[in-house]
Design a protein around this ligand. Structure first.
Ligand code: GLU
Length: 451
């Protein structure tokens, strides 16, 4: 949604007297967050040191600098990455993001989370992530197309339908996937082109995309919330929520929560936050954002600061923007029963500790936002088999898979105490890691290590 926000509208907002929200910029050292989470889980599982070393590092890291001609004839050099973390369970899989915060550290972290995510939900993929360090709002559509195509060209055979399959992520969408597809296919011998459309997922439906892929991540978030609500005696028709981020994930989650009867009290995007105690209609807000490029100025809602946004009293908070938003400083402000992580890595380990101490439940990212990659798997399968599935079929299959993963995590969390003889149960992030890492560990044990 923020892709075509013009430089002027972004600049003009700077004098708006609200405390600036911070979902724009991720904190440094994200890969160390993954290492801390992974280390805790590996200790808990008493993981074999060899397997621990393998999973604790990435497999391939591709960094490219590439030139692109701008509309005014200037040549600009861009930097892009693709990090392939692990492919023990299948081809590398994960999105490509366009964002100023993209760097090797962030992409390493995001690639690792993809490995845990695909393993946890049982789709036959590994984990990867890519990105270009760029603020897409500063470029024209034609420039973005040339940047995307030249990045794809630079990646060359480092991606492929049975090797590494990109997908949308922050600030990228179906149209960008179509450019990646077209560039990749153009570089192939003609007879092989038709058999290679599954080199990327999240494509436009007409280009071989799957019905239901666009809404899949937000829909998955809501399926996991529904399951939690059922198990915790919260009728969603009486529930309240607030959401950080109103891009693909946040806006779909909001609109689908409305269908369950829940009331949306506040929303924040990169320009600021809004609140209305009567509730914000997410369909109207979606319409407003597609016209104005931001949630600000939405009729009937007041603008509030970042801290006051986080202090919103509600049942559920859905962070669906950037990483490291819930920390030792911000977690004490939350007044909710549940945090459902639509974003990747929105809570850091210190934030986790505070949530746990305060008894706030958590549906961790690798479970909560796995709907996207689950439906990416369905798209990949449809392409391979030459099939088109109905949207209802896609949504039903998604629900079945994500609820099954939810139950595996719930079971693991209740099964045995964190420490032998201890009282405390395994927290949900560690339970999700335990399920994901056990599956990867078993695969390595069975296959052994070459040579
Ligand atoms: N970018 C999404 C994620 O973080 C989707 C990845 C995919 O579909 O491959 O899970």
């Amino acid at each position: 949604m923020s892709m075509h926000r013009s430089r002027t509208s972004a600049g003009a907002r700077q004098d708006v007297p609200v405390k600036r929200a911070s979902p724009v910029k991720a904190k440094a050292g994200l890969y160390s967050v993954v290492q801390r989470q992974f280390g805790r889980a590996a200790n808990y599982l008493e993981m074999d040191p060899g397997i621990r070393a393998i999973l604790g590092s990435t497999m391939n890291e591709i960094g490219v600098h590439f030139p692109v001609k701008m509309d005014d004839g200037r040549v600009e050099i861009f930097t892009g990455y693709r990090v392939q973390h692990n492919n023990a369970l299948g081809p590398f899989k994960g999105g490509v993001r366009f964002h100023p915060s993209v760097d090797i550290d962030e992409v390493r972290a995001l690639a690792s989370w993809m490995t845990w995510k695909t393993s946890l939900v049982g789709v036959p993929f590994g984990g990867a992530k890519g990105g270009i360090k760029i603020d897409p709002a500063k470029y024209s559509e034609n420039e973005l197309e040339r940047i995307t195509r030249r990045f794809t060209f630079a990646l060359g055979s480092n991606i492929g339908p049975e090797y590494d399959i990109p997908a949308p992520d922050v600030n990228t969408n179906a149209r960008i996937m179509a450019w990646i597809l077209d560039t990749y296919l153009s570089l192939m011998p003609s007879p092989e082109r038709q058999a290679s459309t599954h080199v990327v997922t999240g494509k436009p439906v007409e280009t071989g995309g799957s019905l239901g892929r666009e809404s899949a991540t937000g829909r998955g978030v809501v399926f996991t919330i529904e399951e939690w609500a059922l198990n915790n005696g919260l009728p969603l028709e009486d529930a309240t929520c607030f959401i950080q981020g109103f891009g693909n994930v946040g806006s779909w989650a909001a609109r689908l929560m409305k269908k369950r009867g829940a009331r949306l009290l506040a929303v924040e995007d990169m320009f600021g936050a809004i609140r209305s105690s009567h509730g914000i209609d997410p369909d109207d807000l979606h319409e407003h954002v597609s016209r104005k490029g931001s949630i600000l100025g939405f009729p009937g809602a007041e603008e509030i600061g970042h801290e006051s946004f986080l202090r919103t009293k509600a049942d559920i908070f859905i962070p669906a923007a950037m990483e490291s938003q819930i920390t030792a400083e911000t977690a004490p402000l939350l007044q909710v029963k549940l945090v459902a992580e639509g974003a990747n890595g929105p809570t850091d380990p210190d934030g986790d500790a505070v949530l746990q101490r305060r008894g706030i439940h958590l549906i961790p990212d690798i479970l909560c936002n796995s709907g996207g990659v689950i439906v990416s798997y369905f798209e990949w399968l449809q392409n391979k088999r030459g099939e088109y599935w109905e949207e209802d079929e896609v949504n039903e299959k998604l629900q079945k898979r994500i609820v099954a993963a939810y139950r595996r995590v719930a079971h693991r969390a209740s099964r045995r105490p964190w420490e032998p003889g201890g009282e405390a149960r395994l927290d949900w992030r560690m339970a999700a890691y335990a399920v994901a890492l056990s599956r990867l560990g078993t695969a390595y044990k069975e296959r052994g290590i070459f040579p």
